[in-house]
Design a protein around this ligand. Structure first.
Ligand code: SF4
Length: 333
């Protein structure tokens, strides 16, 4: 069954929809692959230059020892992955890494801390990091776990551009992946971030043993938020020994590419980021992701604790595809 073509026929500046039904999203996933990619690419080039890729760098500023039990994560204290926990990095050391990332072509610097939620004294240091990275002329993003409204406002005052907080999967599958917090906890933090006026980076992980209907449920949850996330990272599960999710089957790259395409169609103005799992993807699969509407990647040899293609191989791929990095821009929906 083909989905209604109204998404294709919409003019460039048509109001964004956040009334998608699960049935509509399931119908998009079920389209013949060439039809799905054509629709996604058509919408993509209406809103973006299809040759430009936004590049972000992610640094773990506080690694491991996290009290949460996310079944995919090497940093959870519940998962015997052998990862050594470290303290929060010094501000100067973080700024030195940001400078290196800028010199390598990154426009956005993302900082991740393995916390359930930040303590107020830790937030002082994170705010200093945000101010320092902004002073370098880069966009800033942090991911620190759950936030109160007051904490979100402090980050906004420090100049934070984006807050990353992923929904991970569908509401139905979520309890099989994480038990230490609820889907509603995630939605509440996203709400506080929005209320503080910070842009939202929110996506999920594909390949954790979910059903196809859970991929529908994830995209539905993202595309029906009151405002679409400005950045939508779509991660492929990285199989890390010691994590419960690693026992599942490898993801079919076609399912991953379909998820990118449906994210592009349902959230046409968002930056759709090809995130974790890229190291395990062929160049051909990455090229198909770009064709399906992905227009953002992470640069750097590591994504928090998992391997990522190095900057040189990314530049070589961009050159081969005739694509290039996007200059810093501020997105809005
Ligand atoms: S994903 Fe984040 S919250 Fe979950 S265990 Fe890892 S660091 Fe902690």
């Amino acid at each position: 069954m083909n989905a209604p073509a109204k998404d294709l026929d919409a003019p460039r500046n048509a109001p964004l929809r956040n009334d998608w039904t699960r049935e509509e999203i399931a119908a998009l996933f079920a389209l013949p692959f060439p039809e799905l990619i054509f629709r996604a690419q058509s919408i993509h080039r209406r809103n973006f230059d299809p040759t430009q890729i936004q590049v972000s760098t992610l640094l773990s500023v506080k690694t491991g020892g996290c009290p949460e039990d996310c079944g995919y994560c090497s940093q959870s204290a519940h998962n015997p992955t052998g990862l050594k926990a470290s303290k929060l990095m010094e501000v100067d050391a973080v700024l030195a890494e940001a400078k290196k990332a800028k010199d390598a072509g990154a426009g956005r610097f993302c900082m991740g801390a393995a916390w359930r939620n930040p303590k107020d004294k830790d937030l002082d240091a994170v705010c200093a990091m945000v101010e320092g990275v902004k002073a370098l002329g880069m966009e800033t993003c942090v991911t620190l776990g759950m936030l109160t409204g007051t904490q979100a406002q402090r980050l906004k005052q420090a100049g934070l551009d984006y807050y990353n907080h992923n929904l991970d999967t569908s509401p139905e599958f979520y309890p099989q992946i994480i038990s230490t917090r609820t889907y509603q906890d995630r939605l509440d933090t996203l709400d506080e971030v929005r209320k503080a006026g910070i842009q939202v980076c929110c996506g999920g992980i594909i390949g954790m043993g979910e059903e196809a209907s859970d991929r529908v449920g994830l995209i539905h949850a993202l595309a029906t938020l009151p405002v679409h996330p400005e950045s939508v990272p779509i991660n492929g599960l990285v199989h890390i020994a010691g994590t419960p999710a690693a026992q599942g089957q490898r993801l079919d790259p076609i399912d991953f590419i379909r998820t990118i395409a449906v994210a592009r169609i349902t959230m046409p103005n968002s930056m759709v980021r090809l995130s974790a799992g890229r190291e395990e993807m062929s160049e051909e699969a990455q090229a198909l992701c770009f064709l399906a509407g992905a227009n953002s990647i992470f640069y750097g040899e590591k994504l928090l604790t998992t391997p990522n293609p190095d900057a040189d191989s990314d530049q070589a791929l961009f050159a081969k595809l005739g694509m290039s990095s996007m200059q810093v821009r501020h997105e809005s929906t």
